[in-house]
Design a protein around this ligand. Structure first.
Ligand code: FES
Length: 102
């Protein structure tokens, strides 16, 4: 189900993750160029807040112990243990960001 994320594209700075809560789900939005990605905010390692991590391109590092996630897929790319956070489709309508929740 598509839901408003409560954020606008023009409020998002590329490289600066933003935490939103949609229907009780904590989601980190990341902007890469004019594309916005959405994935779960809670690190699969020990629950660190990914929205407080450092973004570098499409990589987002957990601030607690440095696991790296690909914001396009939610897949943890370092260490390569197959972990992943949920990834949500994003749609931008008239500048408003919407995310697709199951
Ligand atoms: S809680 Fe995220 S790397 Fe440990």
């Amino acid at each position: 189900m598509k839901r408003p994320a409560g954020a606008r594209l023009d409020e998002m700075t590329a490289g600066v993750p933003k935490l939103v809560e949609v229907a009780g789900v904590r989601i980190v939005l990341t902007r890469v160029g004019d594309t916005v990605y959405a994935c779960g905010d809670t690190c699969e390692h020990r629950g660190g807040p990914l929205s407080e991590g450092k973004q570098s391109g499409t990589r987002l590092a957990c601030p607690w112990h440095g696991w790296h996630y690909d914001v396009k897929t939610g897949q943890c790319v370092f260490p390569g243990r197959g972990a992943a956070v949920p990834s949500y489709a994003v749609e931008i309508t008239n500048g408003e960001i919407h995310v697709e929740l199951p």
